[in-house]
Write a protein that binds this ligand. Structure first.
Ligand code: 5GP
Ligand code: ZN
Length: 134
């Protein structure tokens, strides 16, 4: 049982490593090369706690495949883009913020405030969010 799980995990990490950008911190987290507090992972995505949380719950969801930002997505990525939302729903449920609500953010480029150039969705909750945005 444990051996089967270990083989499954090893093969998933090998696939992620194959598609990663060696200079990218989020690729390194998804592939297990760099440590992070991972709350969920499967073949397509990795979700982990933000190192500088802005609210009691602050999780980042990244595609395991390196995509720089929304500017680089193609129609081939439509499944993974939708899957980021499905995963946000899962993460919110696991962290108990479904009912209270939460904010999902994808920053793009310098005006968008993107600092890590591997597409990611922030899931932020556990308190009432502030307005206005922008
Ligand atoms: P952005 O500003 O690009 O939308 O968000 C990047 C986020 O990644 C920031 O909230 C930042 O705190 C987080 N971050 C940057 N480096 C690391 C890291 O090495 N580990 C984790 N867990 N989060 C990181
Ligand atoms: Zn990357």
């Amino acid at each position: 049982m444990f051996r089967a799980y270990a083989i499954h995990l090893y093969s998933r990490l090998s696939i992620i490593r194959h598609r990663m950008n060696p200079a990218c911190i989020f690729c390194k987290i998804a592939s297990g090369e760099t440590q992070a507090n991972i709350v969920y992972q499967d073949e397509l995505v990795t979700a982990f706690r933000d190192i500088h949380p802005v609210a009691p719950i602050h999780v980042l969801i990244v595609p395991n495949k390196h995509i720089q930002s929304i500017n680089e997505v193609t129609s081939d990525d439509e499944q993974i883009l939708g899957y980021l939302f499905t995963t946000a729903c899962k993460v919110a449920d696991m962290d108990g913020i479904t009912e209270g609500g939460y904010r999902t953010i994808v920053n793009t480029g310098s005006h968008g405030g993107q600092t890590v150039f591997h597409l990611h969705m922030h899931v932020i909750g556990g308190q009432r969010m502030h307005y206005p945005m922008g």
